[in-house]
Design a binder for this molecule. Structure first.
Ligand code: CDP
Ligand code: CDP
Length: 224
């Protein structure tokens, strides 16, 4: 029997990757972080001095330097052309420019093709912004996670503190709001809840509570 796919979309810091990783582990599925792919292209643009506005230059980078994921004991690692970029793609120079890079139609076309190939046999939990609407419109389960911007900025703030990264709460909040605005207003595949996605407001909810709610949706639909 073909395994199902689970699509998880939502704005920055709504908890997508955290819950997607747990679901993938519990169900024995593959986790795919599509945001890491757009971040990788942004990282390459900075490294190879390709302008964020240079759509064809960005596409050439995607063709020349393949992005791959590897599972390890410490979690999923991201490689570009053999280089481990897992930590580098989370830095602010990438975060603050990724929405400009991801707004290009041809960049999206290339990465969406790769994402669809990863999910073609099912058994994937994929998180991003357009998974339920554009990448996997036939995904058996679609979840749209939201949370208040204050809570999302607090989550990032705590995450940075735990990693020893100094940040200012107001700056983080402004950066999240700006990225959400660009991601939801771009012409190609904007961040939007798919009509058949289940909306979960995670404000004030723990990770465990959100995972339980998604598992309930999966079993209510008659899967797993
Ligand atoms: O984890 P965080 O919410 O900070 O973002 P991410 O999932 O790593 O995604 C980084 C950026 O990539 C987003 O702000 C979008 O601009 C872009 N993205 C996208 O356009 N489509 C996706 N499917 C995933 C990410
Ligand atoms: O992938 P996305 O940007 O949507 O968010 P994330 O990276 O999964 O979550 C951002 C931070 O919020 C992480 O440090 C999570 O541990 C935390 N989080 C939380 O505190 N409560 C939740 N219900 C979900 C995530």
């Amino acid at each position: 029997m073909k395994k199902i796919n689970i699509a998880i979309d939502g704005p920055a810091s709504s908890g997508k990757s955290t819950v997607a990783k747990i679901l993938a582990k519990d169900y024995g599925f593959i986790y795919t972080d599509t945001g890491a792919m757009y971040r990788s292209v942004t990282f390459m643009a900075i490294k190879h001095e390709v302008a964020f506005s240079d759509e064809l230059g960005l596409v050439e980078l995607i063709h020349r330097y393949p992005i791959t994921f590897k599972q390890s004991e410490v979690g999923q690692l991201v490689f570009i052309d053999g280089e481990d970029v897992t930590l580098a793609i989370r830095k602010s120079d990438v975060t603050n420019n990724v929405s400009e890079v991801s707004a290009h139609e041809l960049v999206r076309k290339e990465l969406v093709k790769q994402q669809q190939t990863i999910a073609k046999d099912g058994g994937v939990v994929m998180d991003g912004r357009d998974i339920g609407t554009a990448v996997l419109p036939d995904a058996e389960v679609k979840i749209f996670l939201v949370a208040s911007v204050v809570e999302r900025a607090e989550r990032r703030y705590k995450e940075n503190q735990a990693k020893g990264i100094k940040t200012d709460f107001e700056t983080l909040k402004t950066e999240i709001e700006k990225r959400d605005y660009i991601d939801s207003h771009r012409e190609v595949s904007p961040l939007k809840q798919a009509e058949d996605a289940i909306l979960i407001d995670t404000t004030g909810k723990t990770i465990a509570e959100v995972v339980t709610m998604i598992k309930a949706v999966v079993s209510q639909k008659g899967y797993l």
